[in-house]
Design a protein around this ligand. Structure first.
Ligand code: F6P
Length: 351
């Protein structure tokens, strides 16, 4: 078979591992040929391709980013865009397409599938918020980066008796904030799922300092909101991508300012931003991404189109693309309970 591959949306460590696994298993086990579409859907729309073979995927396993590059191009926002995609896939003689991406990329994949294209999806989001799958690759690497950063700000916060707010990624869900907050021993974790009362946050920090702890670490997801308020953006309502997403940022700085104003404790903020998305994938992400790639190429050969590879428990299964894009996966209760359990119990014991 001839199979097209693309990576769309925000990059995350492990994309190259997926591409490598698809090409290696496709070549060794199925005698497939591949064509790489560059820069997400832009490559399909504008016919930008690159060769994908055993030699082009050699040595890419530990590399972050994606050799296919990526974009947030939405063909539906371009005149005749979907038909152009269908025509270009035909032009290259593609029997199937593997689309590696989050809900935006996969919603285009679903649309093309509904129009006769044989598509298989691979879930990708650093935020870990795609429905139907337990973990997405890249998330573990991001949590490790954020945890390392929290460890570092701990020592400087302690040295200066400061409050430091660490802003991490997480547009609609607080997976990175919650995992790195637990792993890094944060004192307050703020996530998009639970709008916060700033006076309660300030009181928590005051009480902690009254117990003799003269510094605090707050971890906030970029999409965290004040109760009754909206998200903080860098360029207002104007800065939206082709899928309509706002350019988030600024909650860390706002929080540091509000905390200092209300408590009198000197406060600072750091934004981890794209540092979380760059660099080499963790071993866990390399293995998970490889398993997703192997799952996807097997799905193509089983004719499981309109479906996405998904992790359930420790098994790779296939689920409908429609299920994956239906809604964001919020941080689950068990992990939130772990976060609040640690904060309540341990801190209550601090003299
Ligand atoms: O969608 C994943 C994500 O990393 C979000 O957490 C973040 O808001 C966004 O991408 C950043 O996008 P960009 O790379 O376009 O700035």
């Amino acid at each position: 078979m001839k199979i097209g591959i693309l990576t769309g949306g925000g990059d995350c460590p492990g994309l190259n591992a997926v591409i490598r696994a698809v090409v290696r298993k496709g070549t060794f086990h199925y005698e497939d040929e591949f064509v790489g579409f560059m820069e997400g859907w832009r490559g399909v729309l504008e016919d930008k391709t690159m060769e994908l073979s055993l030699s082009t995927v050699g040595g890419i396993l530990p590399r972050g980013g994606t050799i296919l590059r990526t974009s947030r191009t939405n063909p539906a926002k371009h005149e005749g865009g979907l038909q152009l995609c269908i025509d270009n896939l035909k032009k290259h003689g593609c029997d199937a397409l593997i689309a590696i991406g989050g809900d935006d990329t996969l919603s285009v994949a679903k649309n093309l599938f509904d129009n006769g294209v044989k598509v298989v999806g691979v879930p990708k989001t650093i935020d870990n918020d795609l429905s139907g799958t337990d973990f997405t690759f890249g998330f573990d690497t991001a949590v490790n980066v954020a945890t390392g950063a929290i460890d570092r700000v701990h020592t400087t916060a302690e040295a200066h008796n400061r409050v430091i707010v660490v802003e991490v990624m997480g547009r609609d869900s607080g997976w990175i904030a919650t995992y790195s907050g637990i792993a890094g021993g944060a004192d307050v974790i703020l996530i998009p799922e639970i709008p916060f009362n700033i006076e309660e946050v300030a009181e928590l920090i005051r009480q902690r300092h009254a117990r003799g702890r003269y510094f605090s670490i707050v971890v906030a997801a970029e999409g965290a909101k004040f109760a009754g308020g909206g998200v903080e953006t860098l360029d207002g309502a104007a800065g939206r991508d082709e899928f309509g997403h706002l350019h988030l940022g600024g909650i860390g700085q706002t929080l540091a300012h509000e905390i200092e104003k209300r408590t009198g404790f000197e406060s600072r903020s750091v934004v981890l931003g794209h540092i979380q998305r760059g660099g080499s994938p963790s071993a866990f992400d390399r293995v998970l991404a490889t398993r997703y790639g192997l799952g996807a190429i097997d799905m193509v050969h089983r004719g499981e189109f309109g479906l996405m590879a998904a992790l359930r428990g420790n098994k790779i299964i296939s689920i409908p693309l429609a299920e994956a894009i239906a809604s964001n996966r919020k941080c689950d209760k068990e992990i939130l309970d772990a976060a609040t359990g640690i904060l309540d119990k341990l801190d209550a014991k601090v003299p």
